[in-house]
Design a protein around this ligand. Structure first.
Ligand code: FAD
Length: 410
């Protein structure tokens, strides 16, 4: 105001105001989707004022107006040979894409997220509006209300959490919880995050990051991430589970960092929220349910077209070996011009053994977390009583800390 400038900060990046939801919930963020929806109600209408042009910038005083920097000025060098993601930026494209998705009314009203095909890449199974929502090219309220318009024109339609509006509510759910949770983006000091003694193994982590695990389904997804910056939600599930509680037992924060850097829809609240979820660190706790890096993708794409597209070295591998090329006889590998261990890596872990070990370690970590939460509530569990009788007054915290320390030095 001192400079004669009125500052107005509306909340419009999300459907709801996270602070308002938290306040309606007694000062704490609702930690389940259902409780979030119960509090949230209907979102406000989008602002429908249209501007034909931006107002003039006005007097910028001593500041110089600079043009938009070029790709080279941003430090990317020559990108002419690189595969560019097939998604164009901008509001016009966002609105076009949204209209294209919504004009198929039957698709909209029958939308059920868990039923989508994660391997569909020529025509993705979902809207691919996340990058536009992230950059503000599309208003989530406008999108929400356009979907409601479609619903109004029919009798039956799917409902949250699986419906299309349900997806936008997931977005707001994670925004609200992340806004109200200190240290939401880390394990330590994050009250809603299970303390899990993740392993450190740089070699395995790099193999996952670079799409060289030897599991074609996992590698194709990681290569799509690198080339397109976008993958289907269930594809993200597969690779996040594989890195953390499913196979490699590596910290979700490491996977989060890779996604944060490479996703074109990279969003702090949603990315961290989903990594917490997939690693069974928060929100979801059925750690025994592990995605198979072989059979899960095969269900949707038995011929492995998705793999053949993103991993061309496997393009001539016969259908029966495309998800497990290491099982192909050498003569077949030779014929497909892809020798496993030379042209394409051998699996970095044996899924059966690794997933069994992960379940065991998750079970142990969960037991310690239960112990910790019981003792912080002042209700010692049997296990903590036993530990305390051995003279350890602070059994829970120190045992978790010790476990963390041991695993770090593995
Ligand atoms: P649609 O199914 O068409 O959904 C419409 C919109 O709803 C999306 O654009 C998105 O804004 C929102 N939405 C959908 N699913 C979710 C969800 N599970 N959580 C929150 N919002 C959702 N999404 C991001 O936008 N940014 C991220 O950084 C991100 N990181 C993720 C990390 C992991 C490990 C996982 C498992 C998921 C992540 N997601 C992230 C959520 C989800 O995968 C994407 O939002 C979705 O795949 C985007 O595609 P779409 O626009 O076609 O989705």
């Amino acid at each position: 105001m001192a400079s004669g400038i009125e500052v107005f900060t509306p909340v419009s990046h999300t459907l709801f105001d996270p602070a308002e939801i938290i306040s309606k919930n007694g000062g704490r963020p609702p930690l389940t989707y259902q409780s979030f929806i119960a509090i949230a109600g209907e979102p406000p209408e989008p602002v429908l004022e249209e501007y034909s042009e931006l107002p003039p910038v006005g007097d910028t005083g001593e500041y110089e107006l600079l043009p938009v920097p070029t790709v080279e000025e941003l430090g990317y060098g020559d990108i002419s040979q690189e595969e560019i993601p097939p998604f164009r930026g901008g509001e016009t494209e966002a609105l076009r894409r949204m209209k294209e998705s919504l004009q198929d009314k039957e698709w909209v009203v029958k939308f059920e997220k868990p039923k989508g095909d994660p391997s569909a890449f020529l025509k993705p199974a979902t809207t691919v509006l996340s990058p536009y929502l992230k950059f503000g090219c599309l208003s989530s309220r406008y999108f929400y209300h356009c979907i409601q318009d479609v619903y109004r024109s029919v009798r039956n339609y799917t409902k949250p959490p699986v419906s299309l509006t349900g997806q936008l509510l997931w977005r707001d759910f994670f925004y609200t919880v992340s806004f109200g949770t200190p240290n939401f983006d880390q394990m330590k000091g994050n009250k809603i995050c299970k303390q899990i003694p993740w392993s450190e193994n740089e070699e395995l982590f790099v193999a996952w990051r670079d799409g060289r695990t030897g599991y074609p389904w996992i590698d194709a997804i990681m290569i799509q991430l690198r080339k397109w910056g976008w993958m289907h939600h269930l594809a993200r599930h597969s690779v996040a589970c594989f890195l953390t509680r499913g196979d490699l037992f590596i910290h979700w924060e490491k996977g989060r960092d890779v996604f944060e850097r490479l996703l074109i829809d990279s969003d702090w609240a949603i990315n961290n929220g989903n990594w917490l979820w997939l690693s069974c660190s928060s929100f979801f706790c059925q750690y025994h349910r592990i995605y198979s890096p072989v059979t899960f993708g095969k269900k949707y794409d038995p011929n492995g077209n998705y793999i053949r597209h993103f991993i061309p070295v496997l393009k001539d591998m016969p259908r029966e070996y495309i998800y497990e090329p290491w099982t192909a006889p050498l003569s077949i590998q030779k014929k497909a011009k892809c020798i496993i261990g030379k042209d394409y890596p051998k699996p970095v872990v044996d899924h059966e053994t690794a997933s069994k070990e992960c379940r065991k370690r998750m079970g142990e970590a969960y037991a310690l977390n239960r112990l910790d939460s019981n003792s912080s509530k002042g209700k010692p569990s049997n296990l903590s009583r036993r530990k305390m009788s051995h003279g350890d007054q602070d059994a829970s915290n120190s045992s978790i800390a010790k476990l963390l320390k041991t695993s770090r030095s593995e």
